[in-house]
Design a protein around this ligand. Sequence first.
Ligand code: UD1
Length: 337
Amino acid sequence: MKILVTGGTGYIGSHTVLSLQEAAHEVVVIDNLVNSSEESMRRVAELSGTAPEFHNVDLVNEAAVERVFAAAGVDAVIHFAGLKAVGESVREPLSYYYNNLVGTLNLVRAMERHDVRSIVFSSSATVYGEHNAVPYVEKMEIGANNPYGRTKEQIEDILSDIGTADDRWNIALLRYFNPVGTHPSGRIGEDPQGIPNNLVPFIAQVAVGRREKLMVLGGDYDTPDGTCLRDYIHVVDLAEGHVAALNHVADHAGVFRWNLGSGKGSSVLEVLRSFEKAVGRPIPHEITARRAGDLPAFWADATSALADLGWSTTKTVDQMCEDHWRWQENNPNGYAG
Ligand code: UD1
């Protein structure tokens, strides 16, 4: 198939582009490069032997989106593009609602005009909010607690209403848990701009000497070691989950929701220890105050993706840290060198 990948130059996007090429799909990427680098596409081409077709297009520009659809002739879409920092979304909600919702509406309208009705959407476990018990199951009532999460929830609602109204649509809503790690080559990876919000990119920057120490955000939670538990998933497993979902929606109409996670929780200190093992030395850290909005523990019920897609995670937290470290050590300043 020929697949349009929005946000394909980013962290999860670039790994998914590579997995799609490895599964013999042709890939067209659109991205506005607001939070990523076109260098990732050069590296993907080096790994796969094929350069993805790339368009520097912002999804909020409807005419530009239309031009790509008119020229490319795609069969299906994987939609990653969007703003994704929780704290920033609290400070700038309008920009999050505008970018994420208008971008999605433009994309889906172009799909309809061009008779493309298969879409895999990059959602998040954040849609489960604070009110659900763990493990999270797809049938639970969702309700995010921040503007970023609400854009994910609202896009899920929009797509699901479209799929309910018209049974020609094939829609997969993928709820990611905590993606970490990089391609084992160390050539593509996560390259956050500014101070990393997420745990593993922060640890990696401490390990490479770009930051002084990790702040462990809370050591007094009601968990075995007092730090929060999360369901970490290797980004290559996650990318493979998209290929599996795409294959499923290619011949099943309807709206599907799948958790992409491992089904088990690891603590902040466990991840830190794995990363220290990968680096071969201790990583400076300090236990500090909790971060507002953090939940003590959550992980996926990962049984639906296994039953429906035959997909499950294969890689351990140790492998995630080894791969992430190889990327960071070889590219101390990310794609900038
Ligand atoms: C965060 C977002 C979530 C988003 C996900 C994407 C928040 C509150 N939640 O999830 O909506 O979908 O990223 O990957 O931002 N930690 C530290 N020190 C740090 C950074 C993190 O101790 O410098 C801890 C956190 O307290 C948490 C764990 O590490 O317990 C994981 O944090 P993070 O990587 O930010 O992921 P989430 O909070 O699960």
